[in-house]
Design a protein around this ligand. Sequence first.
Ligand code: ADP
Ligand code: MG
Length: 408
Amino acid sequence: MKLDAKALRYLTSEDFRVLQGVEAGSRNHEVVPTPLISQLSGLRGGSGVHRSISNLAKTNLIAKVKNAKYDGYRLTYGGLDYLALNAHQKQKVVYSVGNQIGVGKESDIVVVAHSSGSQRILKIHRLGRISFRTVKTNRDYLRHRNTGSWMYMSRLAAMKEFAFMKALRENGFAVPEPIAQNRHTIVMELIDAFPLRQISRVPHPEALYSELMDTILELARFGLIHGDFNEFNILIKEIADPSEKGKAAADADTEESEENIRLEPVIIDFPQMVSIDHVNAEMYFDRDVNCIKRYFQRKFHFVSDVPGPFFSDAKKNFLRNPGKRLDVEVEASGFSRKMARELETYMKEVGADGDAGAARDDLDDDDDEEDDDEDEEDEGDSEEEDTHQEPEVGSSSTEVGESAQRLE
Ligand code: ADP
Ligand code: MG
């Protein structure tokens, strides 16, 4: 599912009200009956509403569903994207839409721009998009899903990610600045960096390794476990070292010139974050630690001679020297425990296992290049059809260039 912002400029305000009507109706109806759409859009019935319905259906923002009992429409992911983009545009968060730089299993990543020209990242959550790995177990479940559940769950994922990103940022963690959240989308700062996955040489792997382990422990001190801490979700900023030693190394222009580059990790991707009190906290903690251990061993041939860190150390550290409890803070901010449970259950059911699944499956693979993993399944639902790809890609070189779609 690609974000396609083209039609946005041509939609009238009536079209938008009708689209909003379909959205509102979807909360209680899998297929929203046409008379209800008229009513919810707040427009007086008649040809205007019907014209809008037909415009929206033509651009695949809603889809006609013939039902045994009645005919009606349902909102598509495209329609939901438009509603969210329109809201971001009204709030002056997004001015134009540029290139899509990432297609994950559960999200799309798009470069957008503010009216000042500064670039930002729009992350569109797409829970319920099927992963080929879980097709068999989930086919039945997904057949019975209703529009409300994928919409609601994708919104929960966006709310959760935004709430955690905000709490982490406010407490000094290196994460992108969260800017706005609407429906199933968030807008955040664009980090000019590549994922660790794409970094082929690290001059001092031991330093980066221990910084990442410290981050895992520091998160635990604040009551949190990332839950998907791996080479796709760690962006590595390369910062020039302005010190004399750094300059000398740069001037020498030798192997040593790498010495003047400092690597600064920035952590992303938070929908799977859990509290240190979670029943499976230890498993998530160990998984995060082991992901990094294995990756460093395989890619940089680095094995630490310090064992751990272990969950028991993290827990002791947390109890003895607690930072603010961000798990509790996030709950208080409106992303409730009940929502967290609902999202977790759904993510398990649809096999949403973040990048960790890809990283784990990929461990025996000696080839460090991106794999062309083309296995896929569609949902039997053409406009939501999608290909599975590994999470991409170096974003830093992507410009909001000629292909940018102005929204107004
Ligand atoms: P997913 O849940 O699909 O894994 P991520 O949030 O991990 O989504 O983003 C997928 C990819 O998009 C990342 O690996 C990274 O390359 C890129 N990306 C995501 N957020 C940003 C950002 N704020 N700045 C730069 N690149 C980003
Ligand atoms: Mg990711």
